[in-house]
Design a protein around this ligand. Structure first.
Ligand code: ZN
Length: 325
């Protein structure tokens, strides 16, 4: 910078532009005799000098293009050309790297999605399994954790046949179709849905259906609120009691006096005795005793539907009753 001015002055030149190389863009001091310095406009008028200088300038600039770094900074040659050659390669490399990254990202996303799906499926399976195991334990609880031996005892229980008054209905299409009952898989408990009516009255109602043809209904047994048991149908005939299960079940109707449908103690005791005996007869367990409600959802027997714990208690009492015998 010291020797500025005049024909031998120095000039600031944007070296990078002259070779089209953006990588080495910076200002360099170049020894030329150009006279275009803003601060020293006067020498421009010397046209001869200027022409000569320009001629000298060309080879010099070519020289700079070929050996820019070594000349200026003493570094190794030739970064310039190599950079030029490498640009497309680098671009390709960069593009490949980006593609690789995207591919990896896609793979990571896919792996994540698969993992999530796997977790959901496995979780669902485990949940279902757990639910079933818990359900089985809950069912088994009705038999209060009885051993296999005790369960056999329940099946083979020696409950005596309770006192039963046999008053079979007259064969008719509405309450005694006289169709054979060839297997018994469940015992159904009902309530008469007619407060304060006796066992005898309910039996008469079934009998009258054969005359009126009002509707189809019947049950094998009716237990009165004083505990009396009336048998309306032989056990090898079906009743019209549980729409879908008439051909493989036995039904017991229970009378009641309480508004909420709760059975009297006498009715409850007779029900225990009668079901225990039927379980023995058909080699069933307390789990096989169902509410009408359990098949079809009808609110029957009302109290046992609205008081689930009372129903569970009944099945527990049934187990205890059999075990005490
Ligand atoms: Zn019912």
């Amino acid at each position: 910078m010291a020797n500025r001015g005049g024909q031998t002055g120095r000039r600031n030149r944007h070296y990078g532009d002259s070779v089209g190389n953006t990588a080495v863009k910076k200002f360099q001091m170049i020894d030329i005799s150009d006279t275009e310095e803003m601060e020293y406009p006067a020498p421009r008028k010397v046209s001869g000098t200027r022409r000569r200088d320009r001629e000298d300038d060309m080879p010099y600039r070519r020289n700079v293009e070929e050996y820019p770094v070594r000349r200026r900074q003493g570094e190794e040659y030739p970064t310039n050309r190599r950079t030029k050659r490498e640009v497309p390669e680098r671009r390709r490399a960069n593009a490949a790297a980006i593609a690789r990254r995207r591919r990896r990202k896609r793979q990571r996303l896919l792996a994540g999605a698969l993992l999530a799906a796997g977790v959901i499926v496995v979780g669902g399976l485990l949940g279902t399994l757990l639910w079933k195991v818990v359900g089985r334990f809950r069912d088994a609880d009705v038999l209060s954790g009885n051993t296999r031996e005790e369960r056999e005892l329940i099946r083979e229980n020696d409950t005596k046949k309770p006192l039963i008054k046999e008053e079979f209905l007259t064969v008719n299409p509405y309450s005694r179709p006289a169709e054979p009952l060839t297997e018994v898989r469940n015992i159904f408990v009902h309530y008469t849905a007619n407060k304060d009516t006796s066992a005898e009255q309910n039996r008469s109602y079934f009998e009258n259906l054969g005359i009126t043809g009002e509707r189809s209904a019947s049950a094998h047994f009716v237990i009165g609120y004083e505990g009396e048991i009336i048998q309306c149908l032989p056990l090898d005939e079906i009743a019209y009691a549980v729409k879908t299960r008439n051909y493989d079940s036995i039904s017991i109707e229970c009378c009641y006096v309480d508004e909420n449908g709760k059975f009297t103690d006498a009715t409850y005791q007779s029900l225990l005795q009668l079901t225990a005996w039927l379980l023995r007869e058909y080699k069933l367990t307390p789990n096989d005793v169902l509410r009408h409600y359990d098949v079809g959802g009808k609110k029957c027997p009302l109290y046992f539907v609205e008081h689930e714990d009372s129903w569970e208690q009944f099945r527990q009492d049934l187990t205890d009753y059999i075990m005490e015998e």
